[in-house]
Design a protein around this ligand. Structure first.
Ligand code: SAH
Length: 405
């Protein structure tokens, strides 16, 4: 077994069971891509078993902090079984479920989603790639599912020195699948869709949205970055009369149209706009349009903390426009899925947007990813999705001028 020795003092994060070892922390040692290594402190003490990744900034991802544990097929079977068993205890009102959420489930680099009778899986690290066959076998065994589609086409594989790979690993047939989420039927495509096919993390927020729309009696809804129209279906289910879905992906909008129809909402009151959201918001403002509810669920503007500044401006801009566009008393569901923008910073950005727009708003709910996307106390970096539900308050006076000097 190969060993990796850390620089003096660099053992601290592993001792807190944080699963990553950065390149700069390594003093000595190396191994092949994905090979299991013994990580030891500068004085030789055992710290963890982990997967080595020679090209990645994250040089080792820990599999286990228990020296007696063996990293073999049985190890992956046990971890995956535990992750699946946890989901069976969670309140998930869907047959679309995230079964394995990487580090939070003790399998760094592995994402496994179940969509009805199909698994859609991403191997995102050298270690997950190395154990791919064992992981596939364990997933099939733990779920009893026989169809498994691989979506290892995420850009992060490049950082690990891995090529993209997609396609059926087990089973075959249509890649279009319909899941049940709450009382809705939602179609997705595991081959063509984003990520593994769908944004399961917004499941609960879509239901919250339906409830708020009904409670507030919102009639005109603008769903920005709609993807396949999950929030649009929710809006109509909540009683909205008119729903406009905006996205820059034509296939996503096509699926959104099908999803509204699937749920009995495929009428004239559903509109689809293939355009840039920022531009659409500006056009709507210019046209004097107003909405009773708006969803802003943009893609990741800040992949890491180093992009936070530019991302902050982009978030502020769309939130400012949306707050202006809302009718008084209207509802804004606004999100950021950037790991580099924390909940506190996001709140500040939205506050800045409100100031610029001359709009005050009440935070009526804080929103996060559904519970099958857990964050563990040992790995807070896993937290990425945060959102605010806001109600636009009556007009305020202009913000006081900053003091001179
Ligand atoms: N709310 C969705 C998920 C949104 S994902 C759901 O519940 O499923 C983000 C979406 O933003 C993607 O569909 C992507 O195509 C779209 N997108 C990215 N940049 C965009 C832009 N500038 N204007 C419009 N849509 C954009």
């Amino acid at each position: 077994m190969k060993s990796i020795r850390l620089r003096d003092g660099k053992e601290r994060s592993l001792l807190r069971r944080h699963p990553w070892v950065f390149q700069g922390s390594v003093d000595k040692g190396g191994a092949d891509s994905g090979e299991t290594v013994r990580v030891q402190a500068h004085d030789g003490r055992f710290l963890a078993w982990g997967a080595y990744s020679p090209r990645s900034m994250i040089r080792v991802r820990a599999w286990s902090f228990d020296e007696a544990e063996r990293i073999d097929e049985a190890f992956f079977a046990q971890r995956i079984q535990a992750a699946v068993a946890l989901r069976q205890r969670l309140p998930i009102s869907s047959d679309g479920v995230r079964l394995v959420h990487g580090e939070a489930d003790g399998v760094p680099g592995l994402i496994a989603d179940r969509y009805a009778d199909t698994l859609s899986v991403q191997f995102l690290s050298a270690g997950a790639e190395r154990w791919r066959e064992a992981i596939v076998a364990a997933l099939l065994e733990a779920t009893g599912i026989t169809r498994l589609y691989e979506r290892s086409d995420s850009g992060v594989r490049g950082l690990e020195g891995l090529a993209e790979r997609t396609g059926w690993v087990r089973g075959e047939g249509a890649t279009e699948i319909v899941i049940r989420e709450h009382e809705w039927q939602l179609g997705l495509d595991v081959a063509q869709g984003h990520k593994t096919g769908f944004y399961l993390d917004q499941r609960d927020n879509r239901q919250h949205f339906a409830q708020w729309v009904r409670r507030l009696g919102c009639e005109r809804v603008l769903n920005c970055y709609s993807y396949t129209g999950g929030f649009s279906v929710a809006a109509r289910a909540g009683g909205a009369k008119q729903v406009v879905s905006v996205d820059s992906s034509a296939p996503a909008l096509q699926q959104a149209r099908a999803n509204l129809a699937r749920n009995g909402f495929g009428d004239q009151q559903a509109q689809f706009v293939d355009a840039d959201v920022n531009q659409t918001l500006r056009d709507n403002l210019k046209a004097g349009q107003q909405y009773d509810a708006i969803v802003l669920d943009p893609p990741k503007f800040a992949p890491s903390a180093s992009h936070a500044d530019r991302a902050a401006r982009a978030y502020k801009d769309i939130n400012r426009l949306a707050l202006k566009l809302l009718a008084p008393g209207g509802l804004l569901f606004t999100f950021s899925c950037s790991g580099g923008v924390g909940a506190e910073l996001f709140h500040k950005i939205v506050a800045g947007a409100g100031l610029d727009a001359g709009v005050n708003a009440a935070i009526v709910q804080r929103l996060e990813a559904a519970c099958d996307h857990p964050t563990t106390i040992e790995f807070p970096e896993g937290e990425y999705l945060k959102g605010l539900a806001l109600i636009k308050l009556a007009a305020q006076g202009p913000a006081p001028a900053a003091p001179a000097g």
